[in-house]
Design a protein around this ligand. Sequence first.
Ligand SMILES: NC(=O)C1=CN([C@@H]2O[C@H](COP(=O)(O)OP(=O)(O)OC[C@H]3O[C@@H](n4cnc5c(N)ncnc54)[C@H](O)[C@@H]3O)[C@@H](O)[C@H]2O)C=CC1
Ligand SMILES: O=C(O)CCC(=O)C(=O)O
Length: 637
Amino acid sequence: MITKTVEQKINYVIDFDSTFTKVEGLDELAAIALKGHKDHDKIVGEIKAITDKGMAGEIGFAESLKARVNLLPANREHVETLIEFLKGKISDSFARNEAFIRENAANIYIVSSGFKDFIVPVATGMGILAENVFANTFTYDTEGNITGYDVTNLLSQDKGKVKLLEALKFDGEVYAIGDGYTDYEMREAGLATKFFAFTENVERQKVTDKADEVVASFDEFLYINGLTRSQSYPKSKIKVLLLENVHPKAVEAFKIEGFQVELLKGALDEEELIEKIKGVSILGLRSKTNLTKRVLQHPNASRLMTVGAFCIGTNQIDLAECEKRGIAVFNAPYSNTRSVVEMAIGEMIILTRDILTKSNKMHEGVWDKSAKNSYEIRGKKLGLVGYGSIGTQLSVIAEAMGMQVYFYDAVDKLALGNAKKCKTLEELLGISDFISMHVDGRKTNTNIIGEKEFEMMKDNVIFINLSRGHVVDIKALVNALKSGKVWGAAVDVFPYEPKTNDEEFINELRGLPRVILTPHVGGSTEEAQANIGEFVPSKLLQFMNNGSTYGSVNFPELQLPALENAHRLLHIHQNVPGILAKINNIFAKYNVNIQGQYLKTTTEIGYVITDISKEYADEIIQELKGIDNTIKFRMLY
Ligand SMILES: NC(=O)C1=CN([C@@H]2O[C@H](COP(=O)(O)OP(=O)(O)OC[C@H]3O[C@@H](n4cnc5c(N)ncnc54)[C@H](O)[C@@H]3O)[C@@H](O)[C@H]2O)C=CC1
Ligand SMILES: O=C(O)CCC(=O)C(=O)O
């Protein structure tokens, strides 16, 4: 751990409400006491409004406290309930750094305008000494009802924290940490050496404007001051940018760990992405944002460490450029496959029963009961182009529904069930009653189905594309539909897709009969999106927290053990001879004890992870970074 040699004693004065805990104790006490009360919302709202005004410095503190306690119909039992509640509401970054609190307990003070009645049990549970908690105290009647508070306590008065610090006469420096104006007042009065505005739970501009430093977490406070901490680099300083409305679970996964997260609804074009990627270390996108070489080469992208494709396809990402730059890319290869398969089955049935035509007629008041142009899928031949995760699942389900399945894949694939392998695409096109595209989006798959391929198909074929827009020549499909070669089609993906839901969809397929058009929603089910929203962040977090790259689509894959009692050094470099030797020469030169070492390479890059004992010369870091052909270096503990 990094530990500052502290020559001068530092006293840490920490606020409680919305700093040490995520919430305001008195507001929560009101909510507990008024549970089930007919005026619950009204009274709690009033109390919260007064709290906010007081914290923002808009009304005097004494006035705010009096008004709030007067509105509070609470008793000892409610206080007990509040204590249990608050124990679960310790701010994440304080909870993460309990070890620091316990080690430095003698110099850590809670100075709060809240109440000892609930602060002491919560704070002492985290290692704070009871005698170092300074706060107000309630007064109770004989039945245990709160009647008021001790008005002689300095903290119940205006500028109470200032008065208390004057009285305490701390020896050494005083670092005040809090979210409210009264915390700043200690600095204003010259009683605190520095004021750190704490914004993990609430951010008040009036307070941050006055701060010496704004810290989004306690980790950041410890980092700035070179103190012992649980995170080698504070996650609140690491930016995560999530695009295309990924599932809220993803946002939550990063927030829980303390990252700075921004979620945007739509996709971004190249210029917009260059602008937004500034300072971003973790980027999440779906199929519509192109992460191009130009974006990656821009200085704004220099902090980018990892990218998550919240989908299967990664053709929208320049994987080779990411690799060259030491950026690990992950995707969700299976989470939405079932959703695509179900949509393909549904669309085959809708088209072969001519349901679109019938439904449209019904909406116009036409009752046309007839079996004409309606067929079962049972017994028909389904041709799958691409026999990967989706193609194979569709194969099994279609077969269970009585279809005869044929497939063509560019690589040799094992046939599942009774499916039959075709040697060529031409063979498959000539056999099939239904053709469904499930190839990946590599560039060479552009227009693999065009005029010539439609010509090879049986008359009245039903054609489905849920893979990628560019694999089918849309003009050729339009002609095949107009000529009757293709009876009906379902298309979910297009060479150009609108960036957001506000943009018009323009395509020649619009308005054609028996054509199902969907806005790239093959994988958009609640289930699939929730699965992806968990899966991709778990990969990105593993990479960030532990260095593991298992499942990466462009990086040497390594599943690393948990870090135990060591510092982990991660070195990404161009794959040229001699780098491992150079790394180990540095360790040998400084007599570093290696606890474990892992290496994996691709033809382009090498990834060396070394776990070392915690005592080492700081110089090794600069020397490791300085090795020729180093792409990226970082350290974890
Ligand atoms: N519409 C949507 O919302 C969704 C679309 N997709 C897309 O579906 C496609 C397939 O996904 P997966 O099955 O998971 O991919 P996969 O990578 O498991 O399978 C693709 C298969 O296509 C084969 N292939 C590639 N090019 C070929 C060619 N020219 N001819 C014959 N075979 C070829 C590959 O060898 C591979 O077996 C991808 O493009 C993916 O992006 C995936 C999920 C949702
Ligand atoms: O849901 C998305 O944005 C894209 C789905 C898709 O095409 C994929 O997973 O490859």
